[in-house]
Design a protein around this ligand. Structure first.
Ligand code: ZN
Ligand code: CU
Length: 487
């Protein structure tokens, strides 16, 4: 992006308590923006502008970066992005968990690719084509894209139940290499899922090596977040170490009642790995996860709520146990009848969620599923829940730390050079919120509700959300390498 023309109209946000994203304590200041950039920061009351937003008593923070999303298709299909902009999110990282919309063309897709949208949505043979479609749609948020290992496998393999052959690995490497040239952020895996579980560490290392020279990031939904979580962490460290890449552990959790409380173990292992290699992690602030509903994921012990079902759309929002009882069958059999479908799994402990959220390196990522009929409330509630519930009401950490986990840390981890921190010259991605009232209102029963207390959201200088509604203006774009570096 170039410097703003001297004639660009200037907006001043006056007198807010600025939390700048670095983790530093808040301080009162005026912030001026013009031409999509922050152009001046001064003492309260010192700056003038064509438009003035009075923000005394409010927090001004960098726009939040949602590091873990499945927004690949929704940014094109419903570019208003209300679930995210209403939370103060100004950048989404799509393509997580081994599934990305590009580069892939298909008419029907297997689970979990179907979480992104219908088969007919997969029309982008390249990242260049995808980036063009994003920019044409002009979503409310900026978009970065990881390339899903599962998408690459589905694109080049005829049988996903085995490990890729040398020729197939080469074909995936070629697709990934082009994708990186065209602006992808890195590689993601979802080794937990059927479409990828047959891949061994060598297959993933062979792909991760391709992103290394680009400074690409490797994000992983690990093979196992249940009893074998320590093995999966070890596999993750080895994969990234051998490939020479930074790794992000996606939605870190200790899943299943057997493993509740084990986050003290896993975080200790992560802390020690951090002394040897570059790694990060993200987490959403809820004790339930959500993904596809598959019989093999049904253990008949934890509560599961159906989030969507193609053959039985009327069951969205109901508990699997109730549906099974109504049908007079077991829960696994009910899941079989409901699929393709999605589920919300109450598989974590509150103690672990708090411990993982509080770990200093943990970033916030919603993992929201925007296509679901009855989505997990994380889609609409993640960021205000961390700010209002966990920081303010529960006192888990300061508001400065909460903001740092949503802005400065993600920007550093993902190489977003001019976002995530409020400073002169940075992109004008900003959120103004009321620290006394900010809170999520989305619940497991009523999951599609905009947050309270998020007052103003600005993306690349465009006023996008104000007074609880979308302004209709959208300022987001696909962030390719040059834009991520702020060139
Ligand atoms: Zn995942
Ligand atoms: Cu995910």
């Amino acid at each position: 992006m170039s410097d703003p023309a001297p004639s660009s109209p200037r907006t001043v946000i006056r007198g807010a308590s600025v939390i700048d994203g670095t983790g530093a304590p808040r301080r009162s200041a005026d912030v001026a923006i013009a031409g999509g950039r922050i152009v001046a920061i001064g003492e309260p009351g010192s700056l003038e502008g064509d438009t003035v937003i009075e923000a005394a008593g409010r927090i001004l923070a960098p726009g939040f970066i949602d590091v873990h999303t499945h927004d690949d298709y929704v940014v094109i299909e419903k570019p208003q992005m209300t679930p995210k902009i209403s939370q103060g999110v100004t950048t989404v990282i799509a393509g997580n968990c081994g599934i990305s919309l590009a580069p892939l063309t298909a008419s029907e897709v297997p689970a979990p690719l179907n979480l992104l949208g219908p088969g007919s949505a997969f029309t982008f043979p390249s990242v260049a084509a995808y980036a063009q479609a994003v920019d044409a749609a002009c979503p409310s948020t900026n978009v970065c894209l990881l390339i899903g290992h599962g998408s690459l496998r589905f694109a080049v393999m005829d049988d996903l139940d085995r490990k890729a052959s040398p020729a197939e690995i080469e074909a995936m490497q070629a697709l990934l290499s082009d994708a990186m040239d065209e602006g992808a952020l890195g590689l993601s895996t979802g080794l937990y899922y059927k479409i990828a579980e047959a891949a061994d560490i060598d297959e993933v290392v062979a792909l991760a090596r391709i992103i290394a020279p680009h400074g690409g990031i490797y994000a992983t939904h690990m093979r196992n977040e249940h009893d074998l979580i320590l093995d999966s962490l070890e596999e993750t460290f080895q994969t990234a170490g051998r490939a020479g890449v930074k790794v992000i552990i996606s939605h870190h959790k200790c899943a299943g009642p057997n493993n509740w409380g084990r986050s003290s173990e896993t975080l200790a292992v992560i802390e020690s790995a951090r002394t040897r290699q570059d790694l990060g992690l993200d987490c959403y602030p809820y004790i339930a996860g959500s993904t596809v509903l598959e019989p093999f994921l049904v253990d008949e012990t934890i509560r599961i709520t159906v989030s969507w079902s193609t053959p039985h759309p009327e069951m969205a929002g109901r508990d699997l146990a109730d549906i099974a009882a109504q049908w007079g069958i077991g829960q696994r059999e009910a899941a079989e009848r409901l699929k393709p479908a999605g589920g919300i799994y109450y598989n974590m402990s509150e103690e672990d969620v708090r411990r993982i959220l509080s770990y200093p390196q943990t970033m916030i990522g919603s993992d929201g599923l925007p296509q679901d009929a009855h989505p997990h409330p994380r889609l609409w509630g993640t960021f205000p829940r961390v700010l209002g519930h966990y920081s303010r009401d529960e006192g888990l950490f300061s508001l400065e730390t909460a903001v740092h986990k949503m802005t400065g840390i993600p920007a550093a981890n993902f190489g977003l050079a001019d976002r995530g921190i409020i400073r002169e010259g940075a992109a004008a991605d900003l959120v103004i919120f009321d620290p006394d009232t900010v809170i999520d209102t989305a619940t497991f029963d009523a999951p599609m509700q905009p947050a309270a207390g998020i007052e103003t959201v600005i993306v690349n200088g465009v006023l996008s959300w104000q007074d609880g509604t979308h302004t209709g203006e959208r300022g987001g774009m696909f962030l390719n390498m040059a834009e991520r570096r702020g060139q």
